[in-house]
Ligand binder design. Structure first.
Ligand code: FES
Length: 107
């Protein structure tokens, strides 16, 4: 079971945005797209570094893509597949989770 104090309150996220979260010692990217949530390892398949060295949201205006801040790779939010940039065809690693009472819990 996760420690609820380390969870991020999902209710405060705006639609079509992302934010870094740390859960159970794992660096993750939480994405909200049209009121649906997605969770990925914060690890770009291009260099295996974090996606967001500059901080802030990685989502585009449509909410369909997130962008790596290092070299601009584009990933589909629904699958994590890279569809543009230097790691085409590779994917972010999705993380299974459950949301309960506004908190995220890893499955
Ligand atoms: S590290 Fe993500 S595109 Fe290069």
């Amino acid at each position: 079971m996760n420690d609820p104090e380390t969870n991020s309150p999902v209710e405060e996220m705006t639609d079509n945005s992302s934010q870094s979260v740390t859960l159970e010692g794992r660096s993750l990217i939480l994405v909200k797209r049209r009121d649906e949530f997605f969770l990925f390892e914060n690890n770009c398949p291009h260099t295996r570094e974090t996606l967001d060295p500059l901080g802030g949201s990685l989502s585009d205006d449509s909410g369909d893509l997130i962008h790596c801040q290092r070299h601009g790779a584009e990933f589909l939010v629904q699958t994590g597949e890279c569809v543009g940039g230097p790691c085409m065809g590779e994917s972010l690693t999705p993380v299974a989770f459950t949301i309960a009472a506004g908190q995220i819990y890893l499955d």
